[in-house]
Design a protein around this ligand. Structure first.
Ligand code: PXP
Length: 250
């Protein structure tokens, strides 16, 4: 089994289509329509985060995504009994376990897989038994990767938020240190049999160095793509990201 090679997949996170819908109530814009457009533009998967407070994606969205889209669904979820039950009920292709704090604006920092073994291991086992591919959203830290391996999670998603923030702030030397950390973590994960994904904060401007890490198999990107869609449309936004990812890989 090789964890390296193959095309880099793009998972499009549609949460913020739901954010705009919820700002007004009603059903528009429809996140499921966004998922269809993302598919037409070259996305390989759809990602949606059902948060405890349902601030963007709601239970009915998950039901419709499962029923109406052909692409694999990656359900982002907190490690709670409620979310595990929902994932077991729907059986999405994948479930990415993320840390979740009520007051945060978005997912801040990675999951403490190493410190949360007692709580996480049984959840991972239940999801795996249902055929759901479990992914842990973690910092690029070998301790966290090793914990994922020990608990039998087949996939990790490396948190690229710090790298993206450092670049935004013009702290280029520190961003390079973080990029090297991400690359080392991807290599460590793949060498230990994990499938490695990455995401958070990725844009046209910062995606190439992450897409170029050969062990990374999938990027999950949301906020920037939905924001860019305001100006160029969702299909063009997704297509350009796909092009930049492929170019970085080549
Ligand atoms: N991956 C995970 C695990 C996330 O929680 C998020 C944000 O919901 C993303 C990727 C996408 O991040 P962004 O919206 O910044 O592209």
């Amino acid at each position: 089994m090789s964890s390296v090679s193959g095309q880099l997949r793009l998972g499009v996170n549609i949460d913020h289509v739901a954010t705009i819908r919820n700002a007004r109530g009603g059903g528009l814009p429809d996140p499921v329509r966004a998922a269809h457009l993302a598919e037409a533009a070259g996305a390989d998967g759809i990602t949606a985060h059902l948060r405890e407070d349902r601030r963007h994606i709601r239970d009915a969205d998950i039901e419709r995504l499962m029923a109406e889209i052909a692409l694999p669904l990656n359900l982002e979820m907190a490690a709670t009994e409620e979310m595990v039950e929902i994932a077991l009920r729907h059986g999405p292709h994948a479930a990415c376990i993320v840390p979740e704090r009520r007051a945060e604006r978005t997912t801040e920092g990675g999951l403490d897989a190493a410190g949360g073994r007692v709580h996480l291991a049984p959840m991972i086992a239940r999801l795996r038994d249902r055929g759901v591919r479990v992914s842990l959203f973690i910092e690029p830290d070998p301790r966290q990767l090793d914990a994922a391996v020990e608990m039998g999670a087949p996939v990790v998603e490396l948190h690229t938020g710090k790298y993206c923030d450092l670049l935004d702030e013009g702290r280029l030397a520190e961003a390079e240190v973080e990029r090297v950390r991400l690359a080392a973590a991807a290599a460590h994960g793949a060498a230990n049999g994990l499938e490695v994904h990455a995401g958070h904060g990725l844009t046209f401007a910062n995606v190439a160095p992450i897409a170029a890490i050969p062990q990374v198999r999938e990027l999950n990107i949301g906020h920037f793509l939905i924001g860019e869609a305001i100006f160029v449309g969702l299909e063009a936004s997704v297509r350009e990201m796909r092009r930049l990812m492929d170019a970085a890989r080549a």
